[in-house]
Design a protein around this ligand. Structure first.
Ligand SMILES: [Zn+2]
Length: 271
């Protein structure tokens, strides 16, 4: 599943190709994505120039002259920049045809992706208005995490994966961030001290920042879910390393279940 670093990598991958170009046409082959693509969207966007490509949480924001396309890659979606003559394959659900002759092609076998349009501020869109801060933003820091975690009995890892607390911290990045911060995933969120919270905020920024950097170096005109996600290129310390020695202290990494998800930690390094 594309995580935040993969979405950011996709954004960077398409940004230079599409910015400044006009949308000649939107060609929709399958409207039934996670939410149906609105009827008439083709007419809405045709002729509009793309001003910038942004991202909020795991949504790509294609800012046009009169509004914004809000695109989610879902579980299995990918976006590629291709020549418009490229034959259509199975699961190629829509193309954004640019005046340059290139297309932005969306492929998504599981159809959990989505495409919305808003003529207003995308931050106020129903999909985005209640999402938490970006992990790399300045507002996400130790003081914020400390304040937000007061009174929260939930396990620290689940707290970190809650998109209202912070966006984009999936299972892998939560496990790795908690290792880096030397905190047990099963601790109550409310048990964080101010120093713990500061260490955790720094760890999240470091782990996600690194994933974005390594993901961003591999792409040219092919971007998306299977375009070498950042976590495949990053040295993992605990994730899926149960029974193997900790890279820091050689203690065996443990695996426990939190909800339906597996959690990995070092019983020596993480307290
Ligand atoms: Zn260890």
């Amino acid at each position: 599943m594309p995580e935040l670093p993969e979405v950011e990598t996709t954004r960077r991958g398409i940004e230079t190709t599409v910015t400044g170009h006009a949308i000649a046409a939107l060609i929709v082959r399958e409207r039934r994505l996670r939410w149906p693509i609105a009827a008439g969207l083709e007419d809405e966007v045709a002729g509009q120039r793309i001003k910038a490509v942004g991202r909020r949480a795991k949504y790509l924001l294609i800012h046009c002259q009169r509004g914004t396309l809000i695109l989610h890659l879902g579980m299995s979606g990918s976006l590629r920049v291709l020549e418009s003559t490229t034959p259509v394959m199975k699961h190629d659900h829509f193309d954004v045809l640019l005046d340059s002759g290139l297309i932005l092609r969306f492929n998504d076998p599981r159809r959990f992706g989505s495409l919305h349009w808003t003529g207003a501020d995308p931050a106020k869109h129903k999909l985005l208005k209640s999402v938490g801060p970006e992990p790399l933003a300045r507002e996400f820091d130790g003081a914020y995490l400390f304040r937000t975690s007061r009174g929260r009995k939930v396990a620290l890892k689940n707290f970190l994966m809650n998109g209202h607390v912070v966006v984009g911290v999936g299972n892998i990045y939560a496990s790795e961030s908690l290792f880096r911060a030397r905190l047990r995933p099963g601790r109550r969120a409310a048990s964080l001290s101010k120093r713990d919270a500061a260490r955790l905020a720094r760890a999240v920024k470091a782990v996600l920042g690194k994933a974005i950097r390594v993901g961003g170096t591999t792409l040219r005109n092919y971007v998306g879910a299977d375009g070498n996600p950042g976590y495949f290129r990053q040295k993992l310390y605990v994730y899926e390393r149960a029974g193997r020695p900790c890279r820091v202290c050689r203690t065996k990494i443990r695996k426990v279940a939190h909800g339906q998800r597996s959690t990995y930690y070092c019983p020596e390094c993480q307290k």
